[in-house]
Write a protein that binds this ligand. Structure first.
Ligand code: ADP
Ligand code: MG
Length: 454
């Protein structure tokens, strides 16, 4: 039993921590933190009880450092933090190789704003969550980055778990699939890998399947995984930045398998949907924006929803410096530079398409191990342009280009920046590629990646 004193001490510390986090780490703060229960501080550790295992995993894996910082700052002691989850509310964890991607408690259907641009994908995911393996198999969600594919995939997983807590879901990014497959080859554990994917899950969810582009062996493996699961009535859910046919260097037999189920596209949300998203997202972060400010944000962030979240973070930071008032003047100061950036986004496949055409190389070369200058230069240029024109992180960019480390991407970006400054011929080449990309940006609707690459 925890004594009343110990509990109230933990509560006080916890409330101070939340204030600290709101002040210094507002992007991590969520409204559902108020459901968390500080239990006690004992043995140098603050124990906090979560409502669900998904909350516990998310906090332990994604937020621990900032919570420890908050705890140590408000107490002035070297304490640690432990997130626990007890009781029946703890859902079965989603099976995940090495637990690399915990599900986000934010990515549930309730938090997904439905509009004409995502209605079909949303309904399809809900239908699959109700009747896995029965309605649309596979379900293939595609759309540009930042439009909610990962959110919908995770919401489907969480709904499936709510309905059937012992269901075995394997949720994985395509990059992880590829990495684990390659590891299984080098360690001679292919049998184990296959058992995991082909017979130990009821639902297989693979996010960003376009990462299979140009990876012949992984495509072959995925083809067999697919063929093993489908006849058993196992549900397969996939997401991709582009429709199956537009994924470069994708085997035809996989393309046709993917297209056999339901293809549901998510398009950029209209203004009305964006406005509701702005309100919902800010509310989740514990902020109520006045209507004019919310409209301002929705107008500014036209291309994808990730920008909306970035804008809210900026607003919160600015408001913190200005006494917590969310005024139009504040919004204009905070988001003044957002418009040009927001309109500069293209997909990773479009970037790669332009580069491969320009240098006359193939996508698998960019992703492969070749170190000849005729390949390394286009590879570095691609990384540079991906960082400049898309929202991919260093890790994601490295992942796309053959699982390279984020430091390799940083190095490539620096190399190209330096070359641009020192070599005027090279600078003109890059400008030419950029002009091509700029033309796509200024087109009203993005052209299909296959056209960009033909
Ligand atoms: P994608 O996987 O397509 O790149 P994400 O699922 O990561 O995009 O979405 C980016 C962010 O935008 C996430 O935080 C997600 O919650 C949010 N988001 C996207 N679409 C919606 C929506 N319709 N309603 C609420 N949030 C959304
Ligand atoms: Mg995603």
């Amino acid at each position: 039993m925890v004594s009343l004193d110990a509990r109230s001490q933990a509560c006080n510390t916890w409330n101070e921590m939340l204030t600290y986090l709101r002040q210094f780490h507002s992007p991590v703060v969520r409204q559902w933190f108020s459901d968390l229960e500080p239990v006690e501080i004992a043995g140098g550790v603050l124990t906090v009880r979560c409502q669900t295992l998904i909350q516990q995993q998310h906090l332990s894996m994604k937020c621990r450092p900032v919570f420890v910082e908050a705890l140590q700052s408000v107490t002035g002691k070297l304490l640690g933090i432990n997130f626990i989850c007890t009781g029946s509310a703890g859902l079965n964890p989603v099976m995940n190789l090495c637990n690399e991607v915990p599900l986000s408690p934010d990515y549930i259907f309730e938090n997904f704003v439905v509009g004409p641009a995502n209605d079909l994908a949303h309904r399809a995911c809900q239908a699959v969550a109700m009747q896995p393996g029965r309605v649309y198999n596979p379900l293939f969600i595609h759309g540009a980055p930042g439009l909610g594919k990962t959110h919908l995939l995770q919401a489907t997983c969480q709904e499936l778990l709510q309905r059937q807590s012992d269901i075995r879901i394997l949720y994985i990014t395509c990059e992880q699939f590829v990495n684990h497959f390659m590891e299984s080859i080098s360690s001679g554990n292919q049998g184990q890998f296959r058992a995991m994917f082909r017979s130990k899950c009821d639902v297989l969810v693979v996010d960003d399947i376009h990462f299979l582009a140009g990876r012949d062996r992984s495509q072959e493996e995925f083809f067999h995984t697919f063929n093993a699961l489908l006849p058993q009535g196992k549900q397969i859910i996939l997401s991709s930045d582009s429709p199956p046919r537009d994924i470069p260097s994708m085997e035809e037999r996989l393309v046709s398998r993917f297209a056999n189920g339901l293809l549901a596209e998510i398009e950029p949300p209209c203004f009305e949907t964006r406005l509701i998203i702005v309100k919902r997202k800010s509310h989740l972060r514990g902020v109520n924006l006045p209507d004019d400010v919310a409209e301002f944000v929705a107008k500014r962030c036209e291309n994808n929803v990730r920008e909306i979240e970035g804008a809210i973070t900026k607003l919160m930071g600015q408001a913190m410096l200005n006494g917590g008032q969310y005024t139009m003047a504040l919004a204009q100061t905070a988001l003044g530079d957002l418009l040009p950036q927001a309109s500069r986004m293209v997909s990773i496949l479009q970037v790669v398409g332009h580069v491969t055409r320009f240098f006359n190389v193939r996508v698998p070369d960019l992703q492969g191990k070749k170190r000849h200058k005729s390949i390394t230069l286009p590879r570095q240029v691609s990384m540079y342009l991906v960082r400049k024109y898309t929202q991919y992180s260093l890790e994601e960019t490295g992942g796309f280009f053959g699982g390279r480390d984020h430091t390799t991407v940083m190095h490539s970006v620096k190399t190209i920046e330096r070359l641009r400054q020192t070599d005027s011929g090279f600078a003109r080449q890059i400008e030419q590629i950029e002009n091509g990309l700029e033309r796509e940006i200024s087109r009203p609707a993005p052209i299909a990646a296959s056209q960009a690459m033909s």
